[in-house]
Design a protein around this ligand. Structure first.
Ligand SMILES: [Zn+2]
Length: 304
């Protein structure tokens, strides 16, 4: 019963934070367009006109607005999911379709929170709840980066730097809390260093080798943040493997159906974030499964 109530609360919190993440994505995009215009870079004029009202108010006193008619939304327009369903995905004022972005962000964040909560409960129970809260904040920042990079091929620093800071703090606390002896601490620190080197270092190498062509420096920073959060070099390797595996699964059908060409730009951020999250909540299952299969294979081969 207790667990059911907590699950509901975490799920609802996920919906609310997903709504916040969606609004933040649009606000960062608006600020980006204003900067592009000031720097004399190419930018989409109609998009800037549409998003400009989002730059006028500060984060603290901001009320979300309809992106079409700029009507200030009331509290009953901002209920996650409920508002979207009640108006069948249209703005209550101008009747323009709102799009699937908002509900997808809300559902995606809620699912992320619930999966992570399930993982946390199995490993730490109801201990270390403030560390759990730190992880939830990191996950919200990752959801924002995922959506932004998927859409505009950019991992904005306004989100990236807080994420790296938070990840370092979480890693520091986790190493000092979970290590019981001096040997233990050295081992944990080495594994943490390995994890950061594998994810951050590899992308840094690719960035250098391609002179920033295939890999943006944002991917390097993301690699460092994820390496800090994983704190384990084996998990970092699994994350890399999964990111490439998912990428291949998406790219090959796209190439075959010619929806993608060889020149299509593919954002690495979302792949890396997806690989990271699967590693966190399902890494153990994958590793044990792999061990079982390889033991089974080697014993079968020995018997032949
Ligand atoms: Zn509207």
């Amino acid at each position: 019963m207790e667990n059911l109530i907590l699950t509901t609360i975490i799920g609802f919190l996920g919906l609310v934070m997903g709504s916040f993440a969606g609004a933040t994505v649009w606000r960062i995009r608006a600020q980006q367009l204003v900067r592009d215009k000031k720097d004399g870079e190419q930018y989409d004029k109609t998009e800037l006109k549409r998003l400009l009202p989002l730059t006028k108010s500060s984060l603290a006193n901001d009320r979300s607005r309809c992106l079409h008619c700029h009507h200030v939304l009331r509290w009953y327009d901002l209920l996650p999911l409920v508002s979207w369903i009640s108006t069948k995905g249209r703005c209550r004022y101008c009747k323009q379709p709102i799009g699937k972005f908002e509900p997808l962000m809300e559902l995606g964040t809620a699912a992320t929170f619930l999966l992570f909560y399930h993982y946390w409960l199995q490993h730490f129970g109801f201990d270390l709840l403030w560390l759990f809260a730190g992880w939830l904040i990191a996950l919200v920042l990752l959801v924002i980066l995922f959506a932004y990079d998927l859409r505009w091929y950019l991992l904005p620093d306004v989100i990236m730097f807080p994420l790296i800071g938070l990840s370092a703090l979480v890693a520091f606390i986790q190493v000092s809390l979970l290590s019981t002896s001096a040997d233990n601490i050295v081992g944990s620190l080495l594994s943490l260093l390995g994890s950061v080197c594998i994810l951050g270092g590899l992308y840094f190498g690719l960035w250098l080798a391609s002179k920033g062509e295939w890999i943006g420096f944002g991917d390097v920073k993301l690699g460092i943040a994820l390496g800090l959060l994983l704190m384990d070099w084996k998990a970092a390797l699994l994350t890399l493997f999964l990111a490439n595996f998912i990428g291949t699964l998406i790219v090959i059908p796209g190439l075959l159906t010619r929806r993608l060409s060889r020149q299509t730009q593919i954002p690495f951020g979302p792949l890396l974030i997806a690989g990271f999250f699967i590693t966190v909540v399902g890494g153990e299952v994958i590793m044990t499964g792999y061990m079982n299969v390889s033991t089974w294979l080697s014993t079968t081969l020995l018997m032949l």
